[in-house]
Structure formats: structure tokens, C-alpha cells
Ligand binder design. Structure first.
Ligand code: AMP
Length: 382
């Protein structure tokens, strides 16, 4: 049976694009979207406060599947959703693992999937003991010869909740330990070895309720101040691309099958000397897969809805070359992008603020020269 009401807590740009994809599939996306939320006009909005029990019951009424655009929001409501006998896809137990950097890295290691070497930081350390622990770990180079990065277990995105301790920095271990100590109990921290990598990439894939699996070609990702700015697919200029594609697909498929994953998933990786090293799993549609809306026969958003509602997965073939530019903290004149061949503007309708993702552009070209030319044009128009 094809399901047709999908509920999504959160009304941001991911819900907006899920709502848009749902229209072509006769799926209604019911989203907790206020009139000023990105998703408001592309979904069936639900404006009442979801923390109220009665409101939540009407939000979930007649819903076939519950999904989410942020792991945190998804988990916050998962018990209530299950009490209403509504399935949650992706599965909440895997989302819990992916949302905790210690559990996530342990899970990957148990599956023999390469990840940065890591250690859990003892929550009982005092500031002095933490300073000694970090100084010793750094100078012994046990985790990596390149240095360390301390990360909070939960939360922290776009580079927040992270402390890099590298040879390139003047490391004041005392100052660092004071800062880090304030979070070692809650949310807790891990320390990772810094990976020497040539570029960052991600694989976007999906697995359906029927166990069908599909993925897109690897996407190259470029960050500035830890915020994703550009994505490109396919990746160019790598001699071992074919091997990396095979490894990426193997990683994504292993993760999906072992966790009985349902929905779209993104696995972010470093390209290191010996191949891919996984940095992070996003159990949802992901910014680095936005280019699939125009760059592939099936977008990651449509695929997510197909996967969770028991439909057949769509065709992920891509013709040509795609790029995605995130619009971060910039006001733009949308008219300038009208009728620009191969350039597509997605404006999220959010208030512009510094470092806030307010939209993106997808650029497609049938040749790399055409893609470069159009990308240059798009950058001029911003
Ligand atoms: P994350 O929040 O884990 O996605 O990290 C944000 C960014 O920090 C990544 O995109 C990398 O550029 C960098 N980074 C994180 N972990 C490591 C690591 N173990 N080695 C090298 N760079 C890292």
C-alpha cells in the first residue's frame, strides 16, 4: 500500500524540499511549520505547539509515517510517535547512534568501516587532569601525528563544539582545558586524531522498506569556516575515483543493511591516502545532496519519500555535471536568476543572518567547460 501522509517535525528548508518532492508523488507532508517557516507553503502546515499532548495527538492523526529534518527534533518526539503506533523512518535507534559521536564512531569501527582514531574523554577529569591528558595525547601522537580535534558527543554543527589542537597552532593547553572542561560531563566529549586528507566528500544513498538500495555518485564538498559552501558531482581529477566510488557504496550499503535503515542517508568522508575515512553520518536528506534536484533523475528528497512509503526507488542516474553553491548570510535579487539556463535558485524564505544558510543554487552543465562557465556566471549574479 502506498502511504500518503508523512509527518515531519520541523519546518525548515529540508522539510520545504521534502514537501515540494511530495507533490509529484501524491504524498502530503504535514509539517510543524509556522507561517514564517520555509516549509509553510509547500506542506500541510501544523502551527500549534507540538509539546502540548492534545496538539501532538492531532498532529499525528491519520499519519502513515513519521520522519524529521533534524535528528534532535526527531528523537525528541520519537516515544510519543511510537505510542501512537506510527512507524519512524529512519529508525530511531539508529538515529540515536548517529547523533552521538562516540556511539557513531564505535558503531563504524565495529563494522570495520574506517574512521578517525578516537577516544572518549573521561567525564570525571578535573581541569588539571584534562590538561595533562590532552598534552600527553598530543605529544605522544598516539591518535595521529597531525594533532587532535576534541568534539562534543552531541550537538555541535558547522564547526561549533570543536577544538582543534594541531602543530600549526600555538596550543595553550591550559586555556583549552578550561573551555573543554565545561562540557566534558554534558554533553560529553571525544577526542579524535586529525586526518590528513586531500578533499572531503559524501555519498548520498537510500534504502527502502522493501530493502532496495540506491546511491548517487560521490559529491565533493568544500567548507569555509566549517560551513558547507560548494558541492560538485561527479568528482573530477582523482585517479582512484572508481575505487573510492566502490568503497563509498560498500560503506553506505553496509550501514543501511546492518541498521535496517529506511530513508535517505548521507555519509561524509575524508579522502585520505588509503581511501575513504568516514567523518560523520547524517540519517536524513543532506545539504551535500541538494544538487540531485536538478542533477539527477530522482532527487534525494523524492527518494526519501519513496523509500519510507514503500514505493519503488527512483532512478539515480545523472547526466552531465552538477555544482551547488550555498547562499550563506547573503541577500540576493531573485529576478537576476530568472531564465538563466542551467542555473536554479532555491530560496528558503528565511530572514538573512550572518552564517545562516538562506538558499542555494544548483548549476548543471553537459560538459565541465559549460558547468564552469555557468558557475562563474552564477557567482557574478549573487
Ligand atoms: P564535523 O563537525 O565532524 O563535520 O567537522 C567539521 C569539519 O572539521 C570537517 O568538515 C573537517 O573539515 C574538519 N574535521 C573534523 N574532524 C576531523 C578530523 N578527524 N581530521 C581532520 N579534519 C577534521
Amino acid at each position: 500500500m502506498v502511504k500518503n501522509i508523512v509527518a515531519c517535525v520541523g519546518g525548515g528548508q529540508l522539510a520545504q524540499m521534502l514537501g515540494q518532492a511530495g507533490k509529484g508523488l501524491e504524498i502530503t507532508l504535514r509539517s510543524a511549520a509556522k507561517p514564517d517557516s520555509c516549509a509553510f507553503s509547500d506542506c500541510e502546515p501544523f502551527v500549534e505547539n507540538l509539546f502540548d499532548q492534545e496538539n501532538f495527538t492531532s498532529f499525528i492523526k491519520d499519519v502513515d509515517i513519521f520522519t524529521f529534518e533534524s535528528e534532535h527534533e526527531g528523537l525528541e518526539f520519537s516515544d510519543k510517535v511510537l505510542m501512537n503506533n506510527v512507524p519512524i523512518y529512519p529508525p530511531a535507534d539508529f538515529v540515536k547512534i548517529a547523533g552521538d559521536r562516540f556511539l557513531e564512531k564505535s558503531y563504524l569501527s565495529n563494522l570495520d568501516i574506517p574512521t578517525a582514531p578516537f577516544e572518549l574523554i573521561d567525564t570525571e577529569l578535573n581541569i588539571k587532569e584534562l590538561e595533562i591528558f590532552l598534552t600527553d595525547l598530543f605529544s605522544s601522537k598516539t591518535l595521529s601525528p597531525n594533532g587532535l580535534v576534541v568534539k562534543t558527543r552531541h550537538g555541535g554543527y558547522d564547526g561549533k563544539g570543536q577544538w582543534v589542537i594541531s602543530n600549526a597552532h600555538e596550543n595553550d593547553f591550559n586555556e583549552l582545558s578550561k573551555e573543554i572542561h565545561s562540557v566534558i560531563k554534558s554533553p560529553g566529549c571525544i577526542v579524535e586524531g586529525l586526518i590528513d586528507f586531500s578533499l572531503e566528500c559524501s555519498i548520498i544513498a537510500a534504502r527502502s522498506t522493501k530493502g532496495e538500495f540506491a546511491s548517487w555518485p560521490l559529491t565533493r564538498n568544500e567548507h569555509q569556516n566549517s560551513i558547507l559552501r560548494f558541492s560538485y558531482s561527479p568528482i573530477l581529477g582523482l585517479d582512484n575515483l572508481e575505487d573510492l566510488e566502490i568503497q563509498a557504496m560498500h560503506i553506505a550499503q553496509t550501514l543501511c543493511e546492518q541498521s535496517n535503515y529506511i530513508g535517505t542517508i548521507a555519509v561524509e568522508c575524508f579522502v585520505a591516502n588509503n581511501g575513504l575515512v568516514v567523518n560523520e553520518i547524517a540519517p536524513r536528506v543532506h545539504n551535500s545532496g541538494h544538487w540531485t534536484i536538478e542533477g539527477s533523475k530522482t532527487s534525494q528528497f523524492e527518494q526519501h519519500l519513496r523509500a519510507i512509503t514503500g514505493m519503488e526507488l527512483g532512478d539515480t542516474s545523472c547526466s552531465g555535471f552538477s555544482a551547488m553553491i550555498n547562499l550563506v548570510g547573503v541577500e540576493i535579487d531573485a529576478k537576476r536568476f530568472e531564465n538563466q539556463e542551467g542555473i536554479f535558485l532555491h530560496w528558503y524564505g528565511k530572514q538573512v543572518r550572518k552564517d545562516r544558510k538562506v538558499g542555494h543554487l544548483t548549476i548543471i552543465g553537459s560538459s565541465i567547460e559549460q558547468l564552469n562557465e555557468r558557475t562563474k556566471k552564477a557567482l557574478e549574479l549573487i
